[in-house]
Ligand binder design. Structure first.
Ligand SMILES: Nc1nc2c(ncn2[C@@H]2O[C@H](COP(=O)(O)OP(=O)(O)O)[C@@H](O)[C@H]2O)c(=O)[nH]1
Ligand SMILES: Nc1ncnc2c1ncn2[C@@H]1O[C@H](COP(=O)(O)OP(=O)(O)O)[C@@H](O)[C@H]1O
Length: 204
């Protein structure tokens, strides 16, 4: 039995923990999930493509999207805007497909207010030292930006309690397997609840 409406899964966690890496590996396997591509005002990295990694917008364009209520959530993160297109998420869920967001914690908390029935997964680093190594080794940020991101990370880790699940990203494949298990068990849980609900209605 398929759920009538899709489930919204939100993967969040500190910058550099491996959200992008884990999400990409997950999408190489999980064909039923739909990834919502975010909007951002940050510069495109050489390895990235417009419309694949993000939709790159000017600050003026982004602020117009906010004013027109086109974003389900948005946040300013290290001097740039990031946001989730509302229409894509709502229409995809309505069609019965699961949607997957990979966003920072302020945005995830806004989504939780609008979609409390969503499933919120926090990706956790094996240690803070390892988190710093990952940001530095990725080599996409200047030293100042690395420090900004680490400062942000300690604040982000404090938000962990608000999440439904915590997954440690020790090895990418392990983290992906845990997320797949969460997705499967959420489907089973909701199907079971729907069945019980149907039984109660039929008994009336
Ligand atoms: N709130 C929000 N955060 C987002 C969105 N898209 C990406 N992010 C987050 O913004 C942060 C910075 O992303 P990015 O500049 O791509 O750096 P990276 O994730 O460290 O490679 C990360 O924590 C992303 O998960 C979005 O649509 N909304
Ligand atoms: N499990 C892991 N073990 C070792 N390195 C990892 C792991 N997951 C991600 N990385 C590396 O850490 C860096 C940050 O990963 P990234 O996916 O860009 O993080 P985020 O999207 O959370 O900012 C990248 O260089 C990536 O290759």
């Amino acid at each position: 039995m398929k759920d009538e409406k899709g489930i919204l899964f939100v993967l969040s966690g500190p910058s550099g923990v491996g959200k992008g890496t884990v999400r990409k590996r997950l999408f190489e396997k999980a064909t039923d999930l739909k990834y919502s591509i975010s909007m951002t005002t940050r510069n495109r990295r050489p390895s990235e493509k417009d419309g694949v990694d993000y939709f790159y917008k000017s600050t003026e364009e982004f602020e117009a999207l906010i004013a027109q209520n086109e974003l389900l959530e948005y946040a300013k993160y290290v001097n740039n805007y990031y946001g989730t297109p509302r229409k894509y998420v709502e229409e995809t869920l309505a069609k019965g497909s699961d949607v997957f967001l990979e966003i920072e914690v302020q945005g995830a908390m806004q989504v939780k207010q609008n979609f409390p029935e969503g499933v919120f997964i926090f990706l956790f680093p094996p240690s803070l030292e390892e988190l710093k190594n990952r940001i530095v080794n990725r080599g996409t940020e200047s030293e100042e930006l690395v420090l900004n991101r680490l400062k942000e990370a300690s604040k982000e880790i404090e938000m962990m309690e608000a999440y439904d699940y915590v997954v440690v990203n020790d090895q990418v494949d392990h983290a992906v397997e845990k997320i797949e298990a969460i997705i499967l068990s959420e489907h089973l849980r909701r199907e079971r609840i729907a069945k019980q609900y149907k039984k109660i209605l039929e008994a009336d």
